[in-house]
Design a protein around this ligand. Structure first.
Ligand code: C5P
Length: 220
């Protein structure tokens, strides 16, 4: 069997993309498949952890044997993450959380003939859950963030990551590049893990399962 180096550890993983409703039939979303977060939950479980998977929209099935909490919107994900974090050893924020949501949710379907040829949406900023978790959990809780960036080079990616970990206040930041054909929805991934100081403490390239193991190696 697999090494049990996470036996008894309570690990919370958020995964997938949040969906912010516009009206009863439409939402603003993103292209996250949830594959990397689901792989983290699956590998953490295999390594002995008690896993809570907080799932926004996933294109893949949740693994067996984990506690599953469904969260559609950022607000639902925030509530679930803060509650789960209060009894966790590790929180991994792999979900692609919408930075903005529609300022108003229409309670009936928006109709084209009532809108005309141009529709302006007003958006408001969502709370940053990772910042809130990093600021409110006790220091012994390990908080891990993700940063998916459209960086042109490794140097640019590291630079963006070093600035971001300072702003977020988390213990580790997993960096990967995304684009029209990279990152989201792919079966492979390439990541660099930074610590609080911005030093590289892990690197992996391969299947999302092997990348999950490399990220868990850093945490373990
Ligand atoms: O700032 P950016 O969206 O690149 O940060 C990504 C990291 O922050 C991810 O770990 C994501 O889950 C988290 N995040 C969050 N709440 C938001 C936006 C992002 O927790 N509103």
């Amino acid at each position: 069997g697999a090494v049990q180096d996470l036996r008894g550890r309570r690990i919370v993983v958020t995964a997938g993309g949040t969906r912010e409703p516009l009206d009863p039939v439409r939402f603003l979303g993103n292209r996250s498949s949830g594959k990397q977060g689901v792989a983290l939950a699956e590998r953490a479980k295999a390594r002995g952890a008690e896993v809570t998977l907080i799932a926004a929209h996933l294109d893949v099935a949740a693994p067996e044997g984990v506690r599953l909490v469904e969260a559609g919107t950022t607000e639902e994900l925030r509530t679930a993450a803060l509650a789960a974090a209060s009894v966790a050893d590790v929180v991994i924020m792999a979900a692609a959380v919408a930075d903005f949501r529609p300022a108003e949710v229409q309670h009936v379907k928006i109709k084209k003939d009532q809108v005309g040829e141009r529709l302006t949406l007003e958006l408001v900023a969502n709370p940053d859950i990772l910042v809130e978790l990093a600021a409110t959990t006790p220091p012994e809780v390990t908080v891990v963030g993700f940063a998916a960036e459209t960086a042109a080079s490794r140097e640019e990616l590291l630079e963006l990551g070093r600035r971001k970990i300072g702003r977020k206040g988390c213990d580790y930041l997993v960096l990967n590049t995304v684009g029209w054909s990279e990152g989201f929805a792919q079966d492979r991934n390439t990541v660099v893990v930074l610590d609080r100081l911005g030093d590289i403490v892990g690197e992996a390239s391969g299947s999302k399962m092997s990348v999950a193991d490399a990220i868990l190696d850093v945490i373990a």
